[in-house]
Write a protein that binds this ligand. Structure first.
Ligand SMILES: [Zn+2]
Length: 461
């Protein structure tokens, strides 16, 4: 509980400022290292990546390889390497690249217990044992640790007619922590929120971008995070940031032209300022996590985010896809078709963005007569379908979710997209593909940024 009061101090960061950060950081590191069983010698920048690694069985990547621990037989039992033949398994890497240490197995099992409660809500120790495949003894042991750490609480006794002693119910202590989520994807405004562990938005703040780029834009991010950190009323589990552009797994924004950022170590900059765990990821990748956690999305899905530009996030077998240069889902500057097309900011012609980006769509609509409006939208939708058909064919996706202005996307545009996809893929395998609007509206990136923190710090999503 010492840890909770220490971390709660960050809510008053303005009083003693950044000067006190090193001491706090050390204290914070000690507590969090204990929470996730990491030796103290590890520094915290490693810690964020390390925890991410540990939350996934056989992790291959440094960010959430599997955003939630799976309940596959391979990960049951004590969690030690299973020597039986496993065949293919969704979300499991083909070639192991690191040995599984006993302490990693323990962390995996901790995440498994938390994940079970996070999604299912109140359960007894016996329920958790049944659904995770872990023994009653292991569950009692882990639950004891979590209760001591304040992460799990006993919520009462089950009222049922079964004979014998009623079971004690447990739940994640959903009010123990809060999360700061930041969305940098809007070209006019940086937006952020304080969220609870269920992803509910408790407080909002925004900062007008007013054309800022480079260091000035970075300072505005820090200003927004600072405002939200001060608004938090519980210890902060971490800060999640969804940024436009290409972001590597260490939270470095490799390139975000609109903000004038190249190789900006945004994650470590914010870690240094706030002495809290920080996860920075691409905005569309954040959005896809939100859709998976809060929108009921399928494990094999693509989220297409249409705004000032066009980007996408991919989830395959419940695992986020980042790609060889962290640019998976960057479909905006893929040229669609062979008939040329409009000039694009990137120098090519006929990029998907020239059909679909909101400013392009709005100017096309402004130039069209009322009767031609639907044709303009359908034409944009058809081009989206053309771009997505090979992706759907190659990956056998179950679902495509669109995020952006509903009045533009939901109607002739979406209808033309799905029709084009149906005409260009095999009905036998792709006929039940669904395409829909997100239900998360404009909060999708902020809530996805919170999922990045939940996944990184607790292994739940
Ligand atoms: Zn382009």
């Amino acid at each position: 509980m010492v840890g909770l009061s220490l971390t709660r101090g960050h809510g008053r960061h303005d009083e003693d400022g950044i000067a006190a950060a090193p001491a706090r950081r050390a204290a914070f590191r000690r507590i969090h290292n204990r929470l996730v069983n990491i030796p103290n010698k590890l520094d915290r920048s490693l810690f964020v990546r390390f925890t991410n690694k540990m939350t996934a069985a056989g992790a291959q990547r440094s960010l959430p390889s599997t955003i939630a621990p799976t309940l596959s037989p391979a990960t049951r039992g004590t969690g030690f390497a299973d020597t039986t033949t496993q065949g293919f398994a969704s979300g499991r890497a083909l070639r192991p690249s690191a040995k599984v240490l006993p302490e990693h197995a323990r962390s995996h099992n901790r995440s498994l217990v938390l994940q079970t409660l996070y999604r299912a809500g109140q359960q007894s120790r016996a329920d958790i044992s049944r659904s995770t495949g872990l023994t009653r003894v292991t569950i009692s042991d882990l639950v004891g640790e979590f209760i001591a750490e304040g992460l799990i609480v006993e919520t009462g006794q089950r009222e049922d007619a079964r004979p014998g002693k009623p079971a004690t119910l447990l739940d994640i202590n959903r009010t123990a922590f809060q999360i700061v989520g930041i969305d940098l994807s809007d070209y006019a405004m940086f937006q952020g929120a304080v969220l609870d562990l269920d992803g509910t938005i408790l407080q909002r703040r925004e900062v007008a971008l007013a054309g800022s780029t480079g260091d000035e834009a970075t300072a505005k991010v820090a200003d927004l995070v600072g405002q939200l950190v001060r608004l938090a009323t519980r210890p902060i589990l971490g800060i999640g940031v969804g940024s436009p552009g290409v972001v590597d797994l260490a939270g470095t924004v490799l390139s975000a032209p609109n903000l004038g950022w190249t190789d900006l170590h945004l994650q470590s900059v914010l870690e240094d300022v706030f002495a809290l765990p920080v996860v920075v990821g691409n905005d569309a990748n954040a959005a896809v996590l939100a859709e998976h956690s809060f929108g009921g999305a399928d494990r094999d899905m693509m989220l297409v985010k249409i705004g000032h530009g066009v980007g996408a996030g991919l989830l395959l077998g419940g695992t986020p896809l980042f790609g060889s240069r962290f640019a998976a889902g960057e479909i905006g500057h893929v040229v669609v078709g062979t008939e040329g097309g409009m000039a694009c900011v990137c120098g090519k012609s006929g990029c998907l963005e020239t059909w679909l980006a909101v400013p392009r769509l709005e100017s096309a609509l402004a130039a069209a007569s009322n009767s031609a409006r639907d044709l303009v939208l359908a034409d944009a939708g058809r081009h989206l379908g053309l771009a997505l058909a090979p992706v759907v064919g190659a990956l056998n996706l179950a679902e495509i979710v669109l995020s952006g202005p509903t009045h533009l996307l939901d109607g002739p545009l979406a209808a033309a997209t799905i029709e084009t996809l149906r005409n260009r893929t095999m009905a036998e395998f792709h006929g039940d593909l669904t395409l829909r609007m997100t239900t998360l509206g404009e909060d999708i990136v902020v809530r996805g940024a919170a999922v990045m923190v939940l996944s990184g710090q607790l292994g739940v999503s």
